[in-house]
Design a protein around this ligand. Structure first.
Ligand SMILES: [Zn+2]
Length: 362
């Protein structure tokens, strides 16, 4: 019993010592951290600012002569960041009505976005703070698209950036980098007038013809063919790859006369808007199949899980027609290079999404 009391007392004493120690330690360092330099203290006195209003940002604005009494309470909410435009962000956005907390997010935006935001009146961007591909210019379109659809804000930003909130084949943009291996040609982006790749190479085709495609993709494609032959004993042959403007024009017009514009647009590109004109797309068929079917489900299974190893992607996947604007084409592959293809495969993206998330700078 006596021993028990002794132990309890010792424990209580020990706990008291520990708590006391923590309190002393904390006070010591707290005082140290909030120590105001005499220079800043002097300025604060001149402006009649209470000592408890001190913050790093208050010190910053005082020392940089951009203090404004009106924003005294906001300063406390702002985290100091060592960036070149910190002062201009404070002097630009506090007067526009942004709170201290909103300022913290503005300091994380790209220079481009900060610039755009500085040219417009206050706008609530709180939904978009952490979205890397957010573009200030499109804020109204994001908000409208969010209201009218059942998507997350992240998806809304990507989809609007892609142009999905606008009707296809209107406000289209001419491609500026037609020779790039990551060139994006779709219903919103068309190739320059008369564009033709100047490095066409040839691969034996499914019908005994020589199929033209960009020379840079001939080797990767042959590697893909060899792998398919070795791994699943299937011979994938190209039926068509590069198609010139006038041929696409003939093709599209024929489909329109047969099925009408609306239907034709779901499976054929308008001239100038066809990825085949880049020479980076290939339509395949399994030469062992005699029917109209180009690939079996098993063939596609292998292709969709292995094309990326050679730098190719399935360009129009079954569950992404609402993004690509094209019906599912299990036979249409597109070269994008190994790095991009791997990300697109692993993250289950379309080329549209990949470009927006990984290439375009906002
Ligand atoms: Zn195709």
């Amino acid at each position: 019993m006596k021993k028990g009391i002794k132990t309890t007392l010792s424990l209580v004493l020990l706990i008291c010592l520990v708590i006391g120690g923590i309190l002393v330690y904390n006070n010591f360092f707290k005082d140290d951290a909030t120590a105001v330099s005499s220079e800043v203290e002097k300025i604060m006195q001149e402006y009649n600012i209470d000592n408890d209003k001190y913050s790093k940002v208050l010190e910053y604005v005082l020392l940089n002569n951009i203090y404004n009494e009106e924003y005294l309470d906001q300063y406390a909410d702002i985290e100091y960041v060592d960036i070149d435009n910190f002062a201009s962000i404070l002097t630009t956005f506090l007067p526009k009505g942004y709170s201290g907390k909103e300022i913290n997010y503005i300091t994380k935006l790209s220079d481009k976005n900060v610039d755009k935001l500085s040219n417009i009146d206050y706008v609530d961007i709180s939904k978009y703070y952490n979205i890397s591909n957010f573009d200030v210019d499109k804020i109204d379109r994001y908000n409208t698209y969010y209201e009218n659809n059942d998507y997350t804000y992240d998806d809304v930003v990507t989809y609007v950036n892609i142009g999905m909130d606008l009707p296809v084949y209107t406000d289209t943009i001419e491609v500026s980098d037609p020779d790039s291996l990551l060139v994006l040609v779709n219903k919103y982006h068309y190739l320059p007038d008369g564009y033709e790749p100047d490095d066409l190479g040839y691969v034996p085709g499914a019908y005994g013809n020589n199929v033209p495609m960009r020379d840079v993709i001939v080797e990767p494609f042959k590697e893909l063919q060899a792998a398919a032959l070795e791994e699943i004993d299937v011979e994938f042959m190209p039926t068509t790859a590069y198609r010139g403007y006038s041929f696409q024009s003939t093709l599209y017009n024929r489909y329109v006369s047969e099925d009408g514009v609306e239907a034709a647009d779901t499976y054929s590109a308008r001239p100038g808007y066809s990825e085949h004109q880049t020479g980076l797309s290939i339509d395949l068929r399994n030469t062992a199949l005699s029917s109209d079917i180009r690939l079996t489900d098993d063939n596609y299974e292998w292709l969709s899980n292995n094309a990326y190893r050679f730098g190719f992607i399935i360009r129009f996947p079954e569950d992404k027609t609402y993004i690509t604007g094209y019906q599912f084409e299990n036979w249409h592959i597109r070269y994008v290079g190994k790095d991009a293809a791997k990300i697109i495969y692993e993250e289950d993206l379309t080329l549209e999404e990949y470009i927006d998330l990984y290439v375009t700078e906002y």
